[in-house]
Design a protein around this ligand. Sequence first.
Ligand SMILES: *[C@@H]1O[C@H](CO)[C@@H](O)[C@H](O)[C@H]1NC(C)=O
Ligand SMILES: *[C@H]1O[C@@H](CO)[C@H](O)[C@@H](O)[C@@H]1NC(C)=O
Length: 204
Amino acid sequence: MFTKSFAPLVATLAFASAAPAPAVIPQDPPYYLKPTARAPGTAVDGGVLNAVNGGLFIGQDTTTDCPGSVYPCDTFTNITAITVSNSGSGASMDAYVPGGQIAYINATGEFGYTAAHAQNVPSTATQKGFTRIEVFGPRETYATVTFKGSNWLACPVEGAASVYQVNAAAVASKTGCVGFEMAAIEVGSSEPQAYEYVAPYTVS
Ligand SMILES: *[C@@H]1O[C@H](CO)[C@@H](O)[C@H](O)[C@H]1NC(C)=O
Ligand SMILES: *[C@H]1O[C@@H](CO)[C@H](O)[C@@H](O)[C@@H]1NC(C)=O
């Protein structure tokens, strides 16, 4: 039911034969990744991961903000994108806002990110542990993003049909969730995708 966004990414790459997929841990610089869920045969397969009010969700639209009076907001695509640095410095949202927006995994395993101008990472959250590994398959090239070496859980949101919240499997212990691989494709260039992603100033 979700739009598949795994059209061949780099069709010109000569990975035509079904050779085993080599995995490469790239060095910096980080780049800008639009994440989707891979979990063949499940309801979340192909679902786009969107930043919504401080969390990451499948089945909900991204929430962004932009001060139109000072900035040409139409230049932002408002796609949810994250940057993952393999230097160990963590992950952040692909936002233009000065100071950026830090990504983290909170104590119950939820993927979260700070509000603009706030740097409000919960004291019990973990910022380090994100890794991106390039996967060169026969038909597509993408980066798989892990947290502390593990994949992700899409956990149903109470009262919201077909909406799932993204949790790190290494931290979360929740029932009823669907495991998935976070597969990200490179988007855009050095231009951030959003001015800022909406997030609460008070976090837990
Ligand atoms: C992106 O969202 C902002 C609000 O955050 C809006 O002003 C802007 O028009 C949107 N951009 C596009 C291309 O729709
Ligand atoms: C993670 O922690 C739980 C328990 O305190 C809160 O209910 C969530 O809102 C929080 N999620 C994020 C994304 O910070």
